[in-house]
Ligand binder design. Structure first.
Ligand code: SAM
Ligand code: MG
Length: 225
């Protein structure tokens, strides 16, 4: 199959079920305007996050990696009226752009963007008793993905869904000798799931406008399973 078939089908799905409104297209445009890389989730992956959130009645959401707030907006829109989303972002400039985009989408009251390195902010969330979250989306830097997942477990309850983006990396994960720290980071997490009794997990490979990639979908098991 040719790559352009995957692109056409991805666009077909987005145009049917993942339509972006002005707040979302403005967000994508703001990335170009501010010189921020176009590494947000695709529109239909934004919709996919919403489907997953609604299926587990997510009211409290944690995101690692805000960028310009594109995935944040998709997720915040699937929250109930009294829902809350905390998003962690290392770059204060990106966080400022994201706050503007989230304000523009009318979602500021539901979204709390915290600026700092995720590995510094996660222990604070634990100490503040912000947990448990119902839905956790991990989409920050890849080398510490395993450490992020371990924190996600500490911030979860049975039934929490943990989704980790970009875990196939155009199939580079197949190379056991990769020297790419991002590939090594996701390999470490992917492989650890095989023996992790705390979750029931799988990886779905995805292909489309964001090339050949994938997402971990893990649900935290009931105690004793
Ligand atoms: C792939 S982008 C996030 C995309 C966003 N979730 C979306 O789909 O719209 C990854 C983000 O993680 C941030 N990041 C990188 N290292 C980080 C760290 N150690 N702690 C927190 N955020 C980090 C980057 O600045 C970048 O904004
Ligand atoms: Mg991503």
């Amino acid at each position: 199959m040719h790559e352009d078939i995957f692109l056409k089908v991805d666009n077909y799905i987005s145009n049917l079920l993942g339509i972006e409104d002005k707040a979302l297209t403005d967000t994508i445009r703001s990335l170009d305007d501010e010189g921020i890389p176009q590494i947000s989730v695709s529109a239909n992956h934004g919709k996919f996050l919403q489907v997953l959130m609604i299926s587990c009645n997510a009211k409290r959401v944690l995101e690692l990696g805000t960028l310009g707030g594109y995935s944040t907006i998709w997720q915040a829109r699937a929250l109930p009226e009294d829902g809350k989303l905390i998003s962690l972002e290392m770059d204060p400039r990106y966080a400022a752009v994201a706050r503007k985009n989230i304000e523009n989408a009318g979602l500021s009251s539901k979204v709390d963007i915290r600026v700092g390195k995720a590995l510094d902010l996660l222990p604070v969330l634990l100490a503040e008793n912000e947990a448990p979250f119902d839905f956790i989306f991990i989409d920050a830097d890849k080398p510490p993905y395993k450490e992020y997942f371990d924190y996600a477990l500490k911030l979860s309850r049975p039934g929490t869904l943990i989704v980790c983006d970009n875990v196939v990396r155009e199939a580079k994960i197949l190379d056991p000798d990769s020297t790419d720290e991002r590939v090594k980071g996701v390999q470490r997490l992917n492989e650890s799931l095989k023996h992790n009794k705390q979750v029931t997990a799988t990886i779905i490979q995805t292909v489309g406008v964001k090339e050949h990639d994938g997402m971990i979908i893990a649900v935290v098991n009931r105690t004793g399973e």
